[in-house]
Ligand binder design. Structure first.
Ligand code: FES
Ligand SMILES: [Fe+2]
Length: 399
């Protein structure tokens, strides 16, 4: 291993492999297994609970690997529900809007109505239906739990574990991390790539020095950490996370200088964090020059906590060679114009960096699809990727 490594490792690394057969993972047959054994049994983050703003609010979101559209509601009693977004009469998609607030959902086809708790409340021309008991035709529910600001669903008839058991050590470590934050950006792109390849690119910092050399040349690294090694890495049963350091020698550009003076700094600034305000799971080592954390929540989600902002990244497979990537950014609520400009600046900088990340994914799949590559080899700095395949393989191996 490099002698300049500064990484503190935590967790059970004994089941990790640093050599992975990638060619077999990009086939339609393999994707079928992933659909059934991974996506149909894992707890899946699907969206931000901040979109469910009070009783009667709802959002619609897709779960592409299971070809499902979900209707997630907050009912009159503030209870969150998830349903298949399908009308129980003849299967029309019930809600076409992406989000909103209403007391009842009415199907556009023959106007059956449902409550926000999923109850069938109205059948038009009801007398013409023989033996219709409305209680038997409510919306079809899916297991749902809210953790902090994230909505998780589980498609199993009976989930093997509660969300708390599934998340393990990280469950209690993030209390309040999203409090007071609002969504400031939401980007979505469908790429011709395999979802494993896509999420792998967001689970390591090894590429930072190379792929991002023009957009963010000196935000990380610096004389004390020339290889930009992550300061902390941890692998858990169904998650992996690392902490990245900012470069204490970074010289703000002219625009950054002005913004950081007048607004609460966000990426690409890495202000010394207010350690007391961070929950224990964020920047677990309490690193002074902390830039951000990356938290891979298996199978398809990456959480990115930072000072004054955080991101959610969803890598949804549509099939073995198509991935729906969605990136949401959140920041503190503000009416101050300088803060708003600072947030917009940060969003644009992030988008440029994101584009560079996305650029490798389609060409990687193109090159891998020939089947010529016997395997890929992963470094210690790519430990979260090793953990991603360990989790996937253990789920795939179950009967
Ligand atoms: S399909 Fe919805 S009311 Fe007929
Ligand atoms: Fe990157």
């Amino acid at each position: 291993m490099d002698t300049d490594s500064i990484t503190v490792f935590r967790g059970d690394t004994s089941r990790l492999k640093n050599v992975v057969n990638i060619s077999e993972r990009v086939t339609p047959e393999f994707f079928k297994l992933e659909q059934e054994r991974i996506f149909r049994s894992a707890w899946l983050p699907v969206g931000s609970a901040s979109e469910l703003d009070g009783p009667g609010s709802f959002m619609v979101t897709d779960v592409p690997p299971l070809k499902a559209s979900l209707l997630i509601t907050r009912d009159e009693n503030n209870v969150v529900h998830a349903f298949h977004n399908v009308c129980r009469h003849r299967g029309e998609k019930l809600v076409h809007a992406l989000k909103g607030k209403q007391r009842l959902f009415s199907c556009a086809f023959h106007a059956w109505t449902y409550s926000t708790a999923g109850k069938l409340t109205g059948v038009t021309d009801e007398g013409q239906f023989r033996n219709l008991n409305k209680d038997d035709y409510g919306l079809i529910p899916i297991h749902v739990e809210v953790w902090e600001d994230l909505v998780f669903v589980n498609f199993a008839a009976t989930p093997e574990q509660s969300l708390k058991e599934w998340m393990g050590d990280m469950y209690d470590g993030y209390r309040g991390f999203a409090k007071g934050r609002v969504k400031i950006g939401d980007h979505r792109v469908v790429l011709k790539t395999n979802w494993n390849i896509a999420i792998n690119a967001f689970s390591e910092g090894y590429h930072n020095l190379y792929i991002h050399k023009n957009t963010v040349p000196d935000y990380q690294g610096g004389s004390g950490n020339p290889r930009r090694h992550r300061a902390y890495m941890e692998v858990g049963e169904h998650f992996g996370r690392y902490s990245a350091l900012g470069n204490p020698n970074h010289k703000p550009t002219a625009a950054e200088g002005i913004l950081f003076e007048h607004s609460r700094p966000m990426y690409p600034s890495f202000p010394p964090p207010d350690m007391d305000a961070l929950p224990p799971g964020v920047n677990p080592l309490r690193l002074k020059h902390w830039a951000f954390d990356i938290v891979h929540v298996a199978p398809h989600f990456v959480l990115g906590p930072q000072a004054n902002t955080h991101s959610y990244m969803f890598f949804w497979p549509i099939d073995h060679e198509t991935t729906d990537v969605r990136v949401m950014r959140f920041a503190f609520q503000t009416d101050k114009p300088a803060d708003r400009i600072g947030q917009a600046h940060s969003l644009v900088r992030t988008r440029e960096v994101l584009r560079e990340d996305l650029a490798t994914m389609e060409s990687s799949l193109e090159a891998i699809s020939s089947g010529a590559l016997p395997n890929i080899i992963l470094s210690q700095q790519e430990m979260l990727i090793q953990n991603h395949y360990r989790i996937a393989d253990e789920m795939l191996a179950r009967p």
